[in-house]
Write a protein that binds this ligand. Structure first.
Ligand SMILES: [Fe+2]
Ligand SMILES: [Fe+2]
Length: 266
């Protein structure tokens, strides 16, 4: 089972470049072209929030049209730039999409169980899980404790060191306690930081995917804000073979992954 994770698309239907510099639609097209060129083709795509930049119906309509090129299921969850109701309405014909309320769901179609979490706190840049969402997570994990599971969410539940984005994750300790009780959680994948991050958290492996549209600076100093980096867009890939944790890869968009065999050994 091969999983692709695309994150932080920030798609804009208005045509005006994001931050005055970034053509988000061209980047989304390049991301989808890249997914279609991968061999083997991923079984499923996780789209981990900040799907559009301004949360308007026309942005989601444009995203819907672009994603329609993909032959595999795309699992969407919201980020802080998303509008929960607008996202649910635009993708109402995606079978897993909740009709109302939080956009969280369990996907049972593959050997690795996939739980999408909704960490959106409307009006906030940061995210978290309220008591209702924590209960949902605990209930889902309790119902299939033997089944290897991957959690996907927009906001990382851990401190990253990139301070302007380290707004405390609401419910982090409670979520960590739930995950620690459930060793079937083999991997957590997040977005929001626009760069690749790896961490060990609550007894499992956690990672943040880069953005498929633009990368942000490594702002580790006090008071430092972000600036855009001229670095390649990328996505994460996870190969699940049935044991332990999935193996994670970074795949640079626009770079070919499948080349002819080189002479000799690497
Ligand atoms: Fe983002
Ligand atoms: Fe975000």
């Amino acid at each position: 089972m091969l999983i692709a994770q695309i994150s932080d698309l920030h798609l804009r239907a208005c045509g005006r470049p994001l931050h005055g510099a970034i053509d988000t639609e061209a980047a989304v097209v390049a991301c989808i072209d890249h997914l279609l060129r991968l061999h083997p083709r991923p079984n499923v795509v996780l789209a981990t929030g900040d799907l559009v930049d301004l949360g308007r119906p026309e942005d989601y309509a444009l995203l819907y049209d672009h994603l329609a090129r993909l032959p595999m299921p795309v699992l969407l969850i919201p980020g802080n730039h998303d509008d929960r109701a607008g996202l649910a309405a635009a993708f109402a014909d995606y079978a897993y999409m909740p009709r109302d309320g939080f956009i969280h769901y369990a996907i049972e179609d593959w050997p690795l169980r996939l739980l999408g979490l909704d960490t959106l706190l409307p009006g906030e840049m940061g995210g978290g899980l309220c008591a209702e969402r924590l209960r949902w997570l605990a209930d889902r994990l309790a119902e299939q404790p033997e089944r290897p599971t991957l959690l996907f969410m927009h906001h990382p539940p851990f401190v990253t060191g990139i301070r302007f984005l380290d707004t405390p994750f609401v419910g982090a300790e409670a979520m960590a306690a739930i995950v620690r009780q459930h060793p079937q959680v083999r991997q957590i994948v997040c977005g929001h930081l626009h760069r690749a991050v790896h961490h060990s958290w609550a007894g499992t492996t956690a990672a943040i995917a880069p953005s498929v549209v633009y990368q942000m600076s490594l702002a580790l100093n006090d008071g430092e804000s972000f600036y855009l980096l001229n670095q390649p867009s990328a996505m994460s890939l996870y190969l699940w073979s049935g044991e332990g944790a999935p193996v994670g890869y970074l795949s640079l968009i626009g770079m070919t992954e499948n080349r002819q065999m080189a002479e000799g050994r690497p």
